[in-house]
Design a protein around this ligand. Structure first.
Ligand code: BGC
Length: 389
């Protein structure tokens, strides 16, 4: 099989892995074979749903959005009470916030976890909006849950929380702020929401963007968290896909250079320089995210190289792990994790999702249904989805 056909086969296999990892409730398991990942995360799920939408797997993406909306609606009163308390200046304990992950039927897991993470509640709104614009689909079925999510991130967006890697709870993380910003910007443009909420969302989005830009001007590039100076590969998402900063913005260009210098090793991408989880390997989803960014800025050859790097790290049966150990930052820390939790999570649905997104972006596979438009201002309610020729 030539290389192009292999890349295409892995994209199709990725859809298959994601479909198998999706529960009838719409929840995507982060990794079906890895005990602590047998739950559905808003963050992972947002990227997975976006990938499935990209590939034209409309029913899968919408089932996930319905699951998210259900989780939020079931907690509507609690969310409103939290927002009220915030308005009144009351202190809120970390364990009172919404969780980062749930069981497939939308319950809290009952296990100890670093659960206060805000980015997913913005990210799924972003994915929903991309989907709506891509196919002119109505968001009506999800709107009650989406409104709660938007109000929640508008109220707590600038609150410290755990980052993408579920660490450092005392900081405001730039990539978290970017996900929230993208969610708020999406909500600000939805005529289905009240004018009040749209206006709150719009102001919130502008404020977060200004906060991040002002802080980044200290360094001439983005920091992992506000007032810090470390680099983190999740910062790629500030431009691609969350568009908080344009990809060509000098702050973004300098951030990508710093990531390339400190975190990229022969195409593999580390999360951050002091990572020790499973020895601090290279994450497939980040290699694909960097490729997506390269594709967006016209560095097409490098985007292909990233796609090929990810494909080269698939298992013989076409599964993509969370990370690989070709180049470890902290090799002595690997064994402890292997003893504690067993082999690295494989397949990781988020890895497959990012590979799939990059593969669609590069035209390795086409979407199963043709996008209607990317620039739709208001949705065409009930617009038919045209099958691809
Ligand atoms: C990662 C998170 C991810 C989770 C499930 C964790 O190890 O740090 O970003 O959401 O795994 O995939």
């Amino acid at each position: 099989m030539d290389q192009r056909a292999q890349l295409e086969r892995l994209a199709r296999r990725s859809i298959d892995v994601i479909v198998r990892g999706q529960a009838p409730s719409g929840a995507y398991l982060a990794s079906p074979n890895f005990p602590v990942y047998r739950y559905s995360w808003f963050r992972d799920g947002a990227f997975i749903a976006d990938a499935m939408s990209h590939a034209g797997e409309i029913a899968s993406a919408e089932a996930f959005f319905a699951w998210c909306a259900g989780v939020l609606e079931a907690r509507g009163e609690r969310i409103e009470a939290l927002i009220e308390r915030r308005r009144g200046g009351a202190a809120i304990e970390t364990n009172e916030f919404l969780h980062a992950r749930y069981t497939i039927d939308g319950r809290e897991t009952g296990e100890e976890w670093t659960d206060f993470q805000l980015d997913g509640y913005g990210a799924w709104l972003w994915a929903l909006d991309k989907h709506r614009r891509r196919y002119g689909r109505s968001i009506e079925p999800f709107v009650a849950g989406a409104a709660l999510s938007a109000a929640y991130v508008a109220a707590f967006g600038d609150h410290p929380s755990y980052d993408w890697w579920e660490e450092n709870p005392d900081h405001r993380h730039t990539s978290t702020l970017a996900a929230i910003h993208a969610g708020l910007r999406a909500a600000a443009g939805w005529p289905e929401l009240s004018a009040d909420l749209r206006s709150t969302a719009s102001h919130g989005a502008v404020e977060l963007a200004e906060l991040v830009r002002a802080d980044a001007s200290r360094l001439g590039r983005l920091p992992k968290w506000l007032a810090g100076d470390a680099v983190d590969a999740s910062l790629i998402a500030v431009a691609t896909p969350f568009a908080m900063l344009p990809a060509h913005d000098p702050l973004m260009v300098a951030t990508i250079e710093a990531i390339e210098e400190q975190l990229v090793h022969d195409g593999g991408v580390h999360r951050y320089a002091s990572d020790t989880y499973y020895g601090g390997g290279e994450w497939l989803l980040l290699a694909a995210l960097l490729g997506w960014h390269y594709a967006a800025v016209g560095r097409t050859e490098e985007a292909w190289a990233q796609l090929e790097w990810v494909a080269a790290h698939a298992t013989p049966d076409g599964e993509l792990p969370e990370q690989v150990d070709d180049h470890l930052l902290a090799p002595r820390r690997q064994a402890g994790w292997l003893e504690r939790w067993g082999p690295v999570a494989t397949p990781l649905l988020w890895s497959h999702a990012m590979y799939l997104t990059l593969a669609v972006e590069l035209g390795v596979v086409g979407p199963r249904v043709e996008p209607v438009t990317e620039t739709l201002a208001t949705p065409v309610i009930g617009a038919p989805v045209r099958p691809a020729p």
